[in-house]
Design a protein around this ligand. Structure first.
Ligand SMILES: [Zn+2]
Length: 291
């Protein structure tokens, strides 16, 4: 499942082919993905200029010139592919689009033709992704997907003071508290495990014991693990045109995630990575150095 760094990588990849361009044509190849597409979806998109492409939590937000925002979520398996007229698709006829080879094309659910002859193909085999529109003027509160979200983990509003306030009195384990989107937006299972390991904090520790010095330790490492993954994704981004054009999935090595029974990577720790299940999700941690 794409986490925040993957979504940010997708945003950076799509930005040059979306921002400032007009959605000339939108092919909507089915009535729904995870949810039904909004009424008159195609008509509301066509002719609109994308004024900016932002990200909020794990949502991509394409702000449109007409006053609506296109919200896009990648779900479990959603991916965008960029094909230009001279690209790998072999579609050299201006305005024409021919499918790339391969039987995955039956999952190409949405195709945007942008001005300048670029096609954006949204492929989602499992269809947990979705797209919707909301009135830009209403901000986050204009859509249930964004309303009530906590601050962005990479933004200034996410601070030790915010975390102190959000966790005060909470009796849930810190692992679960950090996955609560009202506490911090867009942080997923993998990066919570990585950040807790780096901060030396047990995932089982009660959230109410975090405020103070532990919050001060945790906030910068959350930023660090996300920024390092975004940098790794950026490496992929530079190379994507050489591969299959699909954005957002990259190889990244984790310190604890997926490393059960392997040695802890902290120098001189000597511990072993364990796995436990918290709220139905796997947690990887080192009991020797995470307290
Ligand atoms: Zn350790």
């Amino acid at each position: 499942m794409p986490e925040l760094p993957e979504v940010e990588t997708v945003r950076r990849g799509l930005s040059p082919v979306m921002e400032g361009r007009v959605i000339e044509h939108a092919a909507i190849n089915r009535p729904n993905l995870r949810f039904a597409f909004p009424d008159r979806f195609r008509e509301r998109l066509e002719g609109q200029t994308v004024t900016a492409l932002d990200r909020r939590a794990k949502y991509l937000l394409a702000h449109l010139s007409g006053g609506e925002t296109l919200l896009m979520h990648l779900g479990m398996s959603g991916r965008f592919t960029i094909v230009d007229e001279a690209g790998e698709s072999g579609a050299n006829t201006p305005g024409a689009y021919s499918h790339p080879a391969g039987d995955q094309s039956k999952h190409d659910h949405v195709i945007f033709r942008m001005s300048g002859g670029v096609f954006l193909i949204f492929n989602d085999a499992r269809r947990f992704g979705f797209m919707t529109l909301f009135a830009s003027a209403g901000g986050d509160e204009a859509t249930p997907f964004l309303s009530g979200l906590g601050p962005e983990p990479l933004g200034n509003a996410f601070s030790p003071a915010h975390l102190d306030c959000a966790l005060a009195g909470k009796r849930t384990p810190i692992k679960s508290a950090l996955l609560d989107q009202r506490v911090v937006a867009g942080l997923g299972n993998i990066y919570v495990c990585e950040a807790l390991w780096r901060a030396g904090i047990s995932p089982k520790r009660l959230a109410r014991t975090i405020p103070g010095t532990r919050s001060a330790r945790l906030v910068p490492v959350i930023r660090d693990v996300l920024n390092e993954a975004i940098t790794a994704g950026g490496t992929t981004l530079r190379d994507f045109k050489a591969t299959d054009g699909a954005l957002g999935y990259f190889q990244h090595s984790f310190a604890v995630y997926g490393r059960e029974s392997e040695p802890c990577r902290k120098p001189e720790c000597g511990g072993t990575v364990s796995r436990l299940v918290q709220a139905g999700r796997s947690t990887f941690f080192c009991a020797a150095c995470q307290r």
